[in-house]
Design a protein around this ligand. Structure first.
Ligand code: ADP
Ligand code: MG
Length: 663
């Protein structure tokens, strides 16, 4: 039910088509029940020695006589014999209804029916054929309409998921993991689509068909029909219980499919390492295990789903027999009651019994079809849970309610008493130690600050707070006196340029990769940025120049070339704050030298944070101050010379660096 209400807003824009498809289903159900009802006249014409006209006339005569007799009976019954009176009156009303039905048939149906018995049957066949054809047309229209609605809804959901994920904070997305998210947006959404299609086609059509059959059966003999409906609550109860298990099992399959996606993504992402270390076997083994898990879980779903059909068939058969056995008794004994309970308006005949049987069997057919779609339904409910789990995820970095308008940063950046811990618990259940603890310092605009410290001392974490990849648990970061949480994130990030160790480039041309940071940049601006970042020297050697496609993640370029494009991208943005997180760490000394030369030009008039573990002269030439981090805290701040004097951690880091250089 929850799934339906969640999906409702997505289906609402296409309501007209959805309603039209339901209308089709109504027509289908009427035609279906009508087709089954043809059994009644067929059997009658075949078994009776008269044609329909004679039969109906005779029945009308007979019913009139019956009504008169009932009237006389009632007149004779003692006034206070209420029970007998009620029974006779019931008989009278049944007979009157019967008469009404018969006269309607005579006045409106029989004029169309030929006198000859064979012609009558031929006519019935003709009607049957036409009705089947029409039903086919409606089935076609319904399925196309539903397919149209479902595909659009699914595209909308997929787009909404993507949009929502991109609106979340970096931390949340990273914690969810790319493979998991991909699997939800693809596999789960597809599973949901199957369910939705099922709902809109089968779940609308089959109950209507069953309803049509039951309605016709009611007209034929409501008492016996009611008798067979007694089984329905049992079926409902059984299915509610069974549905819960099925949904749980389905969630398991979807989860393990996420696992398969994760294995694939991990393997293909680090293909080089996989090949170099000959680890294919290990990855195959992992893949085998996640496939095995998927197999186990999906077999559970298969077994549960497979139970659905035989169970409903059995229950359905019981339901049909509940009506047909008493019906047969009535026919064979030529009576209208069993144990004093009246079950038919008059004595039943074979034709009525066969029609009743056909209609109830028709109902059963629908119920059986519903039972097979039940599995689809529960599977897609599980998928929808997982999809809406993402859609209900709230960003941990909310936009300010009343954002402050800020001009280009020109005064200072202050880190005020910052504390931060990553939220996930460690494997041993203990909470993680905070990554940053009560950390404060101020940087004046235009400074180039190096952030230095051991691995894991919290350097990246600290600078990730600046563009609000996450927010500190305590304390604040103020840019020119304004808390970054008070600035609209697009305004904040438009002032910040970031270059990281892994350059993140896209499978596009070099020019487009540079343009990425400023989509409306002119060609001159791109070229200028490229020149400043020393991109021109290698681009001019490429046959395609700036239009060269660089391949997925820029794999057709060398590390230094990629880093220079990343720099050009940052330069084009013209940020007032620049963050370089180990930007030169993966580069050879020649490329590093070039990058430092680029930076020397570029850092002028900007506030720059450089995280690095390589402290050499060209680098020291660049920086104005150095922040030494240790275990999430600032150990010391100062110039190179000052720190060499006062800070033992810095001395150690610098010396280990010089050893590396010497080696
Ligand atoms: P540095 O950049 O100085 O090498 P980081 O800021 O990346 O260090 O990490 C600081 C601490 O936070 C480390 O102990 C690291 O294990 C932890 N950490 C970093 N990123 C995450 C993350 N995404 N989830 C949980 N812990 C993290
Ligand atoms: Mg780091």
């Amino acid at each position: 039910m929850e799934t339906v209400s969640r999906l409702f807003p997505f289906v609402w824009p296409y309501r007209r088509k959805a309603v039209l498809s339901i209308l089709c289903a109504v027509f289908i159900s009427i035609l279906w029940a009508g087709n089954l009802s043809t059994v009644l006249p067929m059997v009658r014409v075949l078994f009776e020695q008269r044609n329909l006209h004679e039969y109906v006339d005779e029945q009308i005569e007979q019913t009139r006589v019956d009504i008169n007799r009932h009237n006389e009976d009632i007149a004779q019954i003692e006034l206070d014999d209420l029970e007998l009176r009620a029974r006779s009156q019931q008989r009278l009303s049944d007979a009157t209804r019967q008469l009404a039905l018969l006269t309607t048939t005579r006045n409106y149906v029989l004029p169309w029916v030929p006198q000859d018995r064979f012609d009558t049957i031929a006519l019935i066949f003709g009607c049957f054929l036409i009705a089947t054809f029409l039903k086919g047309v409606f089935v076609y229209i319904q399925e196309v309409l539903v397919g149209d609605v479902v595909n659009r809804v699914i595209v909308d959901i997929r787009k909404k998921c993507f949009r929502h994920i991109l609106s979340l904070d970096y931390q949340t997305i990273a914690a969810a993991g790319p493979a998991n998210l991909i699997s939800r947006i693809t596999n789960d959404v597809e599973t949901l689509a199957t369910g939705l299609r099922t709902v809109l086609v089968r779940l609308v059509r089959e109950p209507l068909k069953a309803g049509g059959c039951i309605a016709f059966a009611f007209v034929l003999n409501w008492r016996l029909t009611l008798l067979s409906l007694l089984v329905v609550p049992c079926i409902a109860l059984l299915f509610a219980k069974f549905g819960r298990s099925l949904k749980r099992a389905s969630k398991g399959t979807l989860q393990s499919m996420s696992g398969i996606y994760k294995g694939l993504a991990e393997t293909f992402d680090s293909l080089k390492i996989v090949i170099a270390f000959g680890a294919a076997r290990r990855h195959r083994r992992q893949f085998h295990l996640s496939n095995k898990e998927y197999l186990d879980k999906s077999m559970k779903v298969v077994r549960l789903s497979a139970l659905a059909r035989p169970t409903t068939e059995l229950m359905g058969a019981i339901a049909v027999l509940c009506a047909v056995i008493p019906g047969t008794y009535l026919v064979l004994r030529s009576t209208d009651e069993i144990w004093g309970i009246k079950l038919a308006p008059g004595a039943m005949d074979i034709a009525q019994l066969s029609a009743l049987y056909a209609l109830l069997a028709g109902t059963l057919d629908s119920v059986r079809k519903l039972s097979t779609v039940y599995g689809d339904l529960k599977r897609s409910a599980a998928a929808s849970d997982r999809i809406f789990e993402i859609l209900h995820e709230k960003t941990k970095v909310p936009e300010p309610r009343e954002p402050q308008i800020v001009s280009r940063h020109s005064s200072e950046i202050r880190f005020e008493n910052i504390s931060f811990s990553y939220s996930q618990e460690q494997a041993d259940g203990n909470p993680r130690p905070p990554a940053l603890r009560n950390l404060s310092f101020t940087v004046t605009a235009g400074e180039v600050v190096a952030v230095i410290g051991e691995n894991g001392s919290g350097k990246s974490t600290l600078l990730n707070l600046l563009p609000r990849f996450m927010d500190p648990d305590q304390g604040a970061i103020l840019i020119d006196g304004v808390d970054v949480r008070q600035i609209r994130s697009s305004d904040l990030r438009s002032q910040i340029g970031i270059v990281t160790q892994e350059t993140q480039l896209f499978d596009d041309t070099i020019a487009e990769n540079i343009r990425y940071s400023k989509p409306d940049a002119t060609w001159e601006e791109i070229e200028d940025a490229a020149k400043k970042a020393h991109v021109i020297p290698f681009v001019s050697h490429l046959p395609g120049g700036f239009s060269t496609q660089i391949g997925e993640k820029g794999q057709k370029l060398s590390g230094g070339q990629r880093q220079r494009i990343a720099l050009a991208r940052a330069i084009l943005r013209d940020p007032s704050i620049l963050i370089l997180d180990e930007a030169t760490s993966a580069l050879d000394s020649q490329s590093e030298h070039i990058v430092h030369k680029v930076l020397k030009q570029f850092v002028r008039g900007r506030t720059v944070f450089v995280i690095t573990h390589v402290i050499n002269d060209t680098f020291l030439d660049l920086v104005t101050r150095i922040v030494v981090m240790d275990a999430g805290q600032v150990a010391a701040i100062g110039t190179h010379e000052e720190l060499l004097q006062t800070c033992s951690i810095y001395r150690r880091l610098y010396q280990s660096n010089s050893h590396q250089r010497a080696a």
